[in-house]
Design a protein around this ligand. Structure first.
Ligand code: 8YV
Length: 327
């Protein structure tokens, strides 16, 4: 038989996944986990049969133009593919796959943690205790806002949005959502969710907004300055999707001016750069893209990558193909 395909992996993956990958394929691993430069990426593209990138690799048309004749599959380690020019890849006959489903529940958990943490001032309280300045309980000390009985507006009711809705219902929130289309009537009934065709109208009526749409040309700055101003000054905003969906400068301005109650952010428009103003605000909880960061989840993601590569290199259609017209 012909020699095994060469799989180039751009970041360090869980040990068990790398071991299995090395059994199945010829591999070029990144054992010290250095982020790939544009040159590293171009070299990998030129050599590989299969590339396994992550969200930290920008695979645009210029990088894709460096692809060698053997590159047939980009098996992304992650669900979001906004860092990959899927249409250009497709034109070059390169298949793209991702790792959906396995990180839905973990990301929804982290979202719920932020939905609780910001209104209830969890991190602020922890900082106070650590500072040694706590002088004891008082009836009016460190009061936050309850989330029970409040309206949660979900922007993007896909897998993660629905998983957040399920959790939020358990916490007594009323579920509202905006999506390109309403979800299936059974799901709407199960979640007692209210569909808003108009994002603007929904924003004006919510207590908490949580972002769960992908970043695409259509959702870039979907939460523009104009739309953010539709929110109540008492509203909170949470983003575990992609930083680019919110106009971050407008968000910072509004938080600074007290036009919003607070924000819980896992993602940033210019990550890993984070606007220092966000870090200085007590009513902002900012974490470094940890939404899906569980040991179990990373192994599940790696297994998905393995299955996608194996089915593809065996000549079959991989389960998690990303088609350009679906983005
Ligand atoms: C991953 C993510 O950590 O899957 C995604 O879209 O944003 C993260 O959960 C990252 O993408 C890995 O490439």
């Amino acid at each position: 038989p012909t020699s095994k395909p060469l799989v180039v992996v751009t970041r360090k993956l869980p040990e068990a996944i790398e071991t299995r990958m090395a059994e199945l394929f010829r591999v070029q691993l990144n054992l010290d986990d250095h982020p790939f430069s544009r040159e590293d990426l171009a070299a990998a593209m030129a050599e590989a049969d299969v590339l396994v990138p992550t969200v930290t690799d920008r695979i645009d048309a210029a990088v894709l133009s460096q692809a060698g004749p053997n590159l047939r599959l980009i098996a992304n380690f992650g669900t979001g593919v906004d860092h990959i020019d899927v249409a250009s890849a497709h034109q070059r006959g390169i298949t793209v796959t991702n790792t959906p489903d396995v990180l839905t529940e973990d990301t929804a958990d982290m979202t719920m943690a932020l939905i609780l943490a910001v209104p209830r001032r969890l991190v602020e309280g922890e900082r106070l205790l650590h500072s040694g300045k706590w002088t004891g309980w008082s009836p009016t000390h460190m009061l936050g806002h309850r989330i029970w009985g409040k309206r949660l507006g979900i922007v993007g009711m896909g897998r993660i949005g629905q998983a957040v809705a399920r959790r939020a219902r358990g916490f007594g929130m009323a579920i509202h959502y905006h999506n390109r289309r309403p979800v299936h009537a059974d799901i709407e009934a199960e979640l007692e969710a209210t569909y808003w065709d108009s994002l603007d109208q929904m924003l004006a009526r919510m207590d908490v907004i949580s972002i769960h749409c992908p970043h695409t040309p259509a959702t870039y700055h979907l939460l523009s300055g104009r739309r953010l101003r539709l929110l109540h000054p008492t509203a909170y905003i949470v983003n575990t999707a992609r930083g680019e969906v919110i106009d971050e400068n407008a968000l910072v301005r509004m938080l600074t001016n007290g036009e919003l109650a607070g924000a819980g952010l896992d993602v940033f428009e210019h990550a890993p750069a984070v606007n220092p103003k966000l870090l200085a605000m007590d009513n902002v909880v900012a974490i470094p893209h940890m939404g899906s960061a569980t040991i179990e989840g990373r192994i599940d993601m790696g297994e998905k990558v393995l299955i996608n590569i194996k089915t593809f290199t065996d000549g079959h259609r991989p389960p998690d193909r990303v088609l350009p017209n679906l983005i």
